[in-house]
Design a protein around this ligand. Structure first.
Ligand code: G16
Length: 522
């Protein structure tokens, strides 16, 4: 195998000695300054993956919900899915190997996977709007070309758009045409067809306030607007013309802070939604006449969509199995509602849509959403005509804010529901999420879909006895896979109790897992 060009070009993308990074929840993610060598190497790995699968592979340069200074990379497998666990392992190895053993590491992977290096390789590349994206995506292209792979650089696209392109290419157009225009056309046509029979919506009901998180989602929403022919009137804020990416806005901010983003002019009762930095998450919300803020998160979205699909199945007389996949963050009320009232199967997986996606594929129809608004519907295995347009509206490869938004608007229109009707389906248990910084977050190991901590010793016992003090309470901790923090989640009968429990659990983490800096304050 001739790796001379890799050897030469890798010198232009040297690895800082000693730096070690893990392929986390959704790829590598850290301060953009540390990522040049990672991008080059992920270009190499994507090329190997492409040769191995004889398919096009995607490389998306994004750090999604993280601050603007961070960046990262997500690898996309042939059917638009996340790369497999084994290849995540190769990614970590390749990322962390020192400069002088890079070729050896590459050869190891080639040998282990028995890759025919004479196969052609094709890589689709995209990036979000972070300033560091331009040079980092050039590093990816460099990696691909040094192994003789071909690239198509889509430039600025949302993460789900790149997943869509990869799937279109590998299904030879069956999934759609692999262009941004093809994406808009596929989704908008399905939306227009489905909503044409919906009960007459007033102009007010067609209005949707969209917070673009000052990111790529805002740019792409603006491009898509004409395709929707005023059937949805999008009022865009945080449109990336002035504000900072994800700063005081975006889906993660709204979900975690449980408040409206800055820069959005919300009227009483108006339907609003927020995307995240690469538009693969969405949450909805409104404020009532008393100024109270109401959030409709991923759990509410899963309930809305699965109720609608279940009705369609009943109408069509189809006996298909439908299930909802959640994570530990799912609000207890949503799980109870889905199981007891809706009578759908619910299963729980670890955080990260890659885990939910695979669990969802076990069912005829799998609706999966993380509470943070990341999700979609997958495995529409035995799709029938009645469901056809709904299917076209859904980006089945990955969570997609724009496609999810259109599905939600469709279901609300068809069922004649307002955002308030939707919100009233069940009442969320008050909850709180906090972050604790510790000296090494890997000391926390979890089990049972991250709902219980195995280490450090005594932590789970401490959590259990704290939870016992409150009614309908639940709490868990887990190391983040995208930020250098331990995440704490708590829910209880009142907001005061949820806040108190979250604080007490944070203190337990701080004390038992070597907290850094000041003790968490209430
Ligand atoms: C990524 C993943 C999500 C996950 C989130 C937070 O989102 O795609 O599935 O929920 O990270 O992960 P963690 O709690 O491990 O930091 P995104 O939108 O940032 O790519």
């Amino acid at each position: 195998i001739d790796l001379r060009e890799v050897s030469q070009k890798s010198k232009l993308h040297p690895k800082p000695e000693g730096l070690a990074l893990q392929y986390g929840t959704a790829g590598f993610r850290t301060d953009a300054k540390h990522l040049d060598h990672i991008m080059f190497r992920m270009g190499l790995l994507a090329t190997l993956r492409s040769k191995k699968t004889k398919s096009t592979i995607g490389v998306m340069v994004t750090a999604s919900h993280n601050p603007e200074e961070d960046n990262g990379v997500k690898l996309i497998d042939p059917m638009g899915e996340m790369v497999t666990a084994v290849w995540e392992g190769y990614a970590t190895q390749l990322a962390n190997t020192e400069q002088d053993s890079l070729l050896k590491e590459l050869k190891d992977i080639i040998e282990k996977e028995d890759i025919d290096m004479s196969e052609p390789a094709s890589i689709y590349v995209g990036k979000d709007t972070r300033p560091s994206g331009a040079s980092l995506s050039r590093a990816v292209l460099d990696g691909v070309s040094s192994l003789g792979g071909k690239t198509h650089d889509y430039g600025l696209v949302t993460t789900p758009q790149l997943h869509y392109m990869v799937c279109c290419c590998n299904t030879h157009g069956c999934y759609g045409s692999p262009t941004v225009e093809g994406y808009y056309q596929k989704l908008s046509q399905a939306f227009l067809q489905l909503t044409q029979n919906a009960s007459n919506r007033t102009d007010d009901q067609k209005r949707l306030l969209v917070d673009g998180a000052n990111g790529i989602g805002a740019l792409k929403m603006r491009e898509m607007e004409p395709f929707l022919r005023s059937k949805l009137q999008v009022v865009l804020s945080n449109d990336s013309s002035s504000g900072k990416l994800n700063h005081m806005c975006g889906a993660d901010y709204v979900k975690v802070q449980q408040k409206a983003p800055q820069g959005m002019n919300m009227g009483v009762g108006e339907c609003c939604c927020s995307f995240d930095g690469d538009a693969d998450r969405i949450v909805y919300y409104y404020t009532d006449s008393k100024g109270c803020f109401h959030l409709l998160d991923g759990d509410k979205i899963a309930t809305l969509i699965s109720t609608y699909l279940k009705e369609l199945l009943t109408q069509a007389g189809l006996n298909l199995q439908i299930a909802v996949v959640q994570t530990a963050y799912a609000n207890g009320s949503s799980t109870r509602y889905l199981e007891d009232v809706m009578k759908v199967a619910v299963c729980c997986t670890k955080t990260g849509v890659k885990h939910l996606h695979h669990a969802a594929q076990e069912y005829d129809i799998g609706v999966y959403f993380e509470a943070n608004g990341h999700g979609t519907v997958s495995s529409l295995k035995r799709a029938v005509k009645l469901l056809e347009s709904t299917i076209n509206l859904i980006n089945q490869t990955v969570g997609d804010a724009i496609s999810d938004m259109l599905v939600i608007e469709t279901v609300l229109a068809i069922r004649g529901m307002s955002v308030q009707d939707w919100h009233a389906i069940y009442t969320d248990l008050p909850n709180r999420q906090l972050k604790v910084t510790v000296s090494d977050r890997r000391v926390i190991d979890t089990t049972d879909a991250e709902r219980r901590a195995v280490t450090p010793e005594g932590l789970q016992d401490a959590i259990d006895s704290l939870v016992k003090k409150y009614k309908t309470a639940r709490s868990f901790v887990r190391p983040s896979g995208t930020e250098d923090v331990v995440r704490v989640y708590a829910e209880a009968d009142t907001q005061e109790n949820a806040d108190r429990l979250a604080h007490e659990v944070s203190l337990a983490v701080y004390r038992l897992a070597e907290g850094v800096g000041d003790e968490p304050k209430p």
